[in-house]
Design a protein around this ligand. Structure first.
Ligand SMILES: Cc1cc2nc3c(=O)[nH]c(=O)nc-3n(C[C@H](O)[C@H](O)[C@H](O)COP(=O)(O)OP(=O)(O)OC[C@H]3O[C@@H](n4cnc5c(N)ncnc54)[C@H](O)[C@@H]3O)c2cc1C
Ligand SMILES: NC(=O)c1ccc[n+]([C@@H]2O[C@H](COP(=O)([O-])OP(=O)(O)OC[C@H]3O[C@@H](n4cnc5c(N)ncnc54)[C@H](OP(=O)(O)O)[C@@H]3O)[C@@H](O)[C@H]2O)c1
Ligand code: HEM
Length: 541
């Protein structure tokens, strides 16, 4: 197999031939333009040297891999130079087609092995050769097995032809198959062809991602295998196609890699269930309190509140409680560390899990708070709201009142709306910094400041927003059930109070010392063996 440098060279060569036959007609003589590469190569680089453009083509994701419009619109025009590296593919399905297109676009010669080449050849780029399986495997050193596991055994007739080849297993299983099968698909393939080297790769990349290029999908190609050299060669192909190869270790790790595409947002399951559970509880409570109770007691029909008003009372409660649940585990952890007098004792599992899910809980809180803001801005748009205002106006006229301005109510609303907007603004900052591209650009201190300090500030501001919204209604309300906001205040107030207590100098200093490694009592004692020569001098260096 060729080195990275010669691969890159192949890319450059291929692009040269792909378009701009007149060397002038290409509109975009940019970095990716083949005519530009041609002039660079012709003038300065000998055949076995890599031009800067060619080197860039092999790894730089910003460069288009199939650079010319002409080629993109009609891949049949591609011609592959004879010195390009040859890669084989067994299978002619969706994955094989996307892989072949990408490989051809990246300057490889592609030979596809199919059971029925006549039927499938038309679906591949013209530059890819589609022939019978037995013919296809003779030339290439690296062969992608783009078939399902259950069909691997049908390849047994090719055993002799495959001796010494590198087989790339790209397969995935269903969840059921994954649980039932003890060995990974890659290990199974290796057991069928002991004379080959099997490398697991590309299963985490979808056919769509391959076709649209790494810009629009996952860029990492996880690779595992027992032979370093074989892994390196597959890595170079991945890199040449614009992906980032990640070495995951031996073939024994293939099972783990095969499990990755089966996972569906694993870290979100518990936080999502928590949010849904809280939503159902608060919605039911609000329905009973704001709709059912007035209907039973006073025969008032307030069912119109169900789609919007009750939802807008429920969403902020979920957002607010979830926000407090982001900061509660930190408080519990601090309390445990103070109690134990060490940071080296393991937290209970439930607390450990809770601490690990804070990001997802926080983002769901932000999601609910954002919806609450939109719902709140829509409250005055409702027809019910307009009827209520007109009815109030009529009542006022009949009662001969000319002015019902209530200074306290005006101030209360101005303040609580403003505090709500402020809290949402701070939460938006937290949400933005949780994006990997942003968090990677922050140092640990900056990230902690935003997440820990500003996040806690958001909780405090939300508490004032809720308190000013509720004002004296907690006590003035004549209904049996207390207003919802009084229930929501419990956990956040406990968290704020506890954080306040931990800020007391005596506790703050002790906590800071514990988190720097200080311990109340040393639990690990170093006992010297009885036969140790006590007189011998030891070095303390
Ligand atoms: C919208 C939103 C987005 C979020 N995004 C993220 C995210 O991307 N990533 C994320 O992790 N969380 C995220 N969170 C959750 C939350 O903001 C953070 O987990 C936050 O750091 C929790 O702060 P804390 O003060 O409770 O605890 P911590 O920051 O864990 O710790 C409390 C204090 O202890 C100190 N401390 C903690 N551990 C140690 C130690 N081992 N040694 C010394 N000092 C220590 C810290 O400096 C801090 O002062 C998000 C929350 C929201 C609302
Ligand atoms: N599609 C994706 O997005 C994707 C992503 C990651 C991984 N993968 C993996 O890639 C592999 C292929 O997936 P795919 O989507 O391309 O599947 P597919 O469209 O069903 O293609 C499978 C190919 O296997 C070949 N084959 C060989 N022997 C066969 C037999 N006995 N019965 C049926 N087919 C046989 C067929 O090609 P011939 O008829 O030409 O021989 C067929 O086209 C799978 O292991 C899959 O898990 C797919
Ligand atoms: C743009 C931002 C915000 C605006 C405009 C806003 C507005 C409002 C309004 C109008 C109400 C009264 C709802 C009603 O009449 O039923 C309210 C209540 C409430 N808001 Fe906000 N809010 C905002 C952000 C937030 C945030 C970020 C939180 C907390 C995370 C929050 C928590 C609450 C709570 C708990 C209530 C009380 C719900 C109840 O029991 O009725 N709000 N807010």
């Amino acid at each position: 197999m060729k080195s990275k440098r010669s691969l890159a060279m192949a890319n450059g060569n291929q692009l040269e031939q792909k378009c701009c036959p007149a060397d002038k007609s290409c509109d975009s003589h940019g970095e990716g333009c083949p005519s530009q590469q041609k002039s660079d190569k012709d003038t300065e680089a000998p055949k076995d040297h890599v031009t800067p453009q060619a080197e860039k083509m092999s790894g730089d994701m910003d460069e288009p891999l199939i650079s010319c419009q002409l080629v993109e619109s009609n891949p049949n025009l591609i011609e592959i130079p004879s010195q390009s590296q040859t890669v084989g593919i067994l299978g002619s399905g969706d994955f094989a087609r996307s892989l072949a297109t990408r490989l051809v676009g990246s300057g490889f010669r592609v030979i596809v092995g199919s059971r029925n080449p006549k039927r499938t050849a038309g679906l591949f780029p013209a530059a890819a050769q589609v022939i019978l399986q037995a013919e296809a495997v003779s030339t290439p050193e690296i062969i992608f097995v783009a078939m399902y596991r259950e069909h691997y055994s049908t390849l047994s007739s090719l055993s002799d032809l495959l001796v010494g080849k590198i087989l790339v297993d790209v397969s995935n299983s269903t969840e059921k198959e994954h649980l039932q099968q003890r060995e990974s698909n890659a290990e199974y393939l290796a057991s069928l062809f002991p004379s080959c080297t099997v490398v697991k790769a590309f299963n985490v990349i979808s056919a769509w991602s391959l076709q649209s290029g790494p810009k629009d999908g996952n860029k990492q190609v996880l690779i595992s295998g027992d032979q370093q050299k074989a892994k390196y060669k597959v890595s170079e192909i991945a890199r040449a196609m614009g992906f980032i190869p990640v070495d995951m270790g031996s073939l024994a790790y293939a099972k783990e890699i095969e499990a990755i595409p089966l996972r569906l947002l694993p870290k979100w399951k518990i936080p999502a269930i928590l949010a849904l559970g809280l939503f159902i509880c608060f919605y039911t409570y609000n329905f009973i309190r704001d709709v059912l109770q007035p209907y039973i007691q006073e025969r008032k029909n307030k069912f119109y509140k169900l789609p919007l008003s009750v939802v807008n009372t429920t969403l902020p409660c979920v957002a607010y409680v979830m926000l407090s649940l982001v900061y509660l585990p930190g408080v519990l952890a601090a309390a445990l560390q103070l109690y134990w007098g060490t940071k080296y004792s393991r937290f209970p599992d439930w607390l450990d899990h809770w601490l690990q899910h804070r990001k997802q809980i926080g983002l769901l809180s932000f999601f609910c708070a954002s919806l609450h803001a939109v719902y709140s801005f829509c409250l005055p748009l409702r027809r019910s709201s307009r009827y209520l205002i007109i009815n109030e106006a009529v009542k006022q006229v009949l009662a001969n009142k000319s002015n019902i301005w209530n200074e306290e109510e005006v101030w209360r609303m101005e303040i609580y709306i403003s505090l709500g907007i402020l809290a949402l603004g701070i939460l938006s900052l937290l949400a933005i910094t949780s994006l990997p591209s942003i968090s990677n650009s922050l140092n640990w201190r900056e990230f902690t400041f935003v997440q820990s300090t500003l996040g806690f500030l958001a909780l405090v501001v939300s508490t004032f927003h809720t308190l000013t919204y509720g004002w004296t209604r907690a006590f003035a309300d004549s209904r049996y059930l207390p207003p919802t906001f009084t229930l929501t205040l419990l956990v956040p107030c406990v968290v704020i109070l506890a954080k306040g207590i931990f800020l007391l100098p005596c506790l703050r200093h002790r906590l800071a010392r514990i988190r720097r490694g200080w311990e109340k009592k040393t639990t690990v004692k170093f006992v010297l063996p009885t036969d140790y020569p006590h007189t011998e001098k030891t070095s303390h260096v």
